[in-house]
Design a protein around this ligand. Structure first.
Ligand code: ADQ
Length: 498
């Protein structure tokens, strides 16, 4: 154990460190912190308890001054940064390969997109071991190690084999699939056992938790699930399990959306696109986000409800992501073809264009202006762990005269079903009907629904999430551990409403 290890600290572990290194025009490298709710919420905890963040530094080339950049970034952020070095081959097998060509599609119920290349698993194990070694060198047994997401499932087992005694927790940001999908994974036993090496395992929704427990019950003979589904017992150990819906820094978003620059940009957008309602879709380029089906649904709405023509515009923002994976490249081509087709079909020369397509990362002010200007948020993933865009859209809708159309397969649906119009993203006519319903909804109903949505997101924001996870993780008494409200131990298989 390092002599410099901090006592009783929090160690956060994720694929990437929470900062970005980039090369300026003068050839010099600089660093800036990444943004995001998780980082904002963990920052006070890391600073108060003392702690560190372990992850890959994100540099794909050799940067001689990397150590200096890291220590400068650490000084500014107030906690230690421990970087994991990965070779290009390791990145390929671990990140692009096992994580994003196997776990990502499988856990989103898209097993036909999986590439079960056996070499990926070996690299995944090797890289998880590397992360564990960096953690082991920099933590004390009294620390609490919180590992994030599907890239790093094996870390707790590796830590144990390195003799680390610290308590470990894991949070899965993506869905956990049902048994009949999970069993397709060639490494199903190893991965499930690896999850049971943690002391605490958290999921986004009760449904993910139920799926996990069902897999444990059926696949791991020596494990037993407690009657209330709060714990798994195996080989004399007890693993606590629970569901914790992740959220956003609600007040931060509201404050920013209220700023003059955002208000001006939103007003400008409204002036440029007058006499119509704006629909907004904001997604990473990813086949799980359901963008092509959403575009088809929009086309269907324009065909079946001609009153919508010239009275609505869809702004579809797509942020580039994982483009070096062939499926993502094909998806981009498919989206662009559909946008071209639909615009070709309906555009009035010199006037209305039904879809405005934006393919680039947006600056926060721009993104918030789009959210604030739009009357209808269109969030229709085929499957999503949570979907923060839905929550961000509601937080920024400060006038409250707007509505959210949300996929029932987004984790967010569990929390937001009371105010959103829930849709099955595969049902093109159903989504088209929801667009029409949102368009024609009485303003009083819109407002009441949006108010309900915003209250719920405000009550359970990212700070609530960090707090409830950490409380659950350190609670001595299991009865203090939150139980999913609708947990039903006997009804586990197949689709269940949340
Ligand atoms: P993601 O799949 O990345 O996250 P999501 O939760 O929607 O999905 O978060 C996307 C983030 O990217 C949002 O904060 C959004 O503002 C930002 N973003 C999207 N498009 C952008 C653009 N064009 N410009 C700038 N920013 C953009 C994974 C899981 C989710 C889960 C989160 C958190 O897949 O289900 O909600 O982790 O646990």
């Amino acid at each position: 154990m390092s002599p410099h290890a901090r006592r009783s600290g929090l160690t956060v572990v994720s694929n990437r460190l929470p900062f970005v290194v980039s090369k300026g025009e003068d050839g010099r490298y600089t660093h800036r912190p990444s943004s995001g709710g998780l980082i904002t919420a963990l920052l006070p905890v890391l600073r108060d308890r003392g702690g560190s963040w372990v992850g890959w530094h994100g540099a794909t080339e050799n940067i001689p001054e990397l150590d200096t950049l890291l220590s400068d970034a650490a000084k500014e952020s107030g906690y230690h940064l421990r970087s994991v070095d990965l070779t290009e081959e390791q990145r390929r097998g671990f990140y692009h390969g096992f994580s994003n060509e196997i776990i990502w599609p499988l856990f989103h119920d898209l097993q036909s997109l999986c590439n079960f290349d056996p070499s990926y698993w070996r690299v995944y194990c090797e890289v998880n071991r590397k992360y564990a070694e960096v953690i082991a060198q920099n933590s004390a047994d009294s620390d609490f190690i919180w590992v994030h997401d599907y890239h790093l499932i094996n870390v707790a087992g590796e830590l144990r084999s390195l003799g680390v005694k610290a308590k470990t927790a894991f949070f899965l940001h993506i869905p956990f699939p049902s048994l009949d999908i999970f069993v397709k994974l060639p490494w199903r036993f190893s991965l499930l056992h690896a999850m049971l090496e943690y002391d605490v395992v958290g999921f986004q929704t009760p449904r993910d938790l139920r799926n996990f427990l069902q897999c444990v019950r059926v696949l791991i003979e020596e494990a037993s699930v407690s009657a209330k589904g709060q714990a798994v017992r195996i080989n004399g150990r007890e693993i606590r399990v629970g569901s914790f819906p992740i959220s956003i820094d609600y007040n931060g978003f509201v404050k920013h959306a209220n700023e003059q620059e955002v208000a001006e940009k939103a007003a400008q957008l409204r002036t440029e696109l007058p006499n119509r309602q704006l629909l907004i879709g904001v997604d990473r380029l990813d086949y799980t986000k359901g963008i092509p089906l959403r575009l088809e649904a929009f086309r269907n709405a324009l065909l079946r409800y001609p009153e919508l023509r010239e009275r609505v515009t869809l702004i579809q923002v797509v942020v580039p992501s994982r483009e070096d994976i062939p499926q993502y490249h094909e998806l981009k081509t498919q989206i662009e073809r559909l946008v071209g087709e639909i615009n070709g079909q309906f555009t009035r020369p010199g006037g209305w264009v039904p879809i405005h397509y934006v393919f680039r990362p947006l600056k926060p002010t721009e993104l918030l202006a789009y959210y604030r200007a739009a009357e209808i948020g269109l969030v229709t993933p085929l499957k999503d762990g949570m979907n923060l865009v839905a929550k961000e859209y509601c937080a920024c809708s400060i006038e409250e005269d707007c509505g959210l159309i949300l996929s029932e397969f987004a984790g967010a649906a569990a929390q937001l079903q009371g105010g959103a119009l829930l849709v099955n993203p595969y049902d093109i006519e159903g989504v088209a009907n929801a667009i029409w319903r949102a368009f024609t909804m009485h303003p009083a109903e819109r407002r009441a629904r949006m108010r309900r949505l915003r209250r719920s997101i405000c009550d359970q924001d990212i700070f609530w999430w960090v707090d409830s996870f950490l409380r659950a993780a350190i609670a001595k008494d299991l009865s203090a551990f939150p139980l999913p409200a609708d947990y039903t131990p006997r009804n586990d298989i197949g689709f269940m409403p949340y």
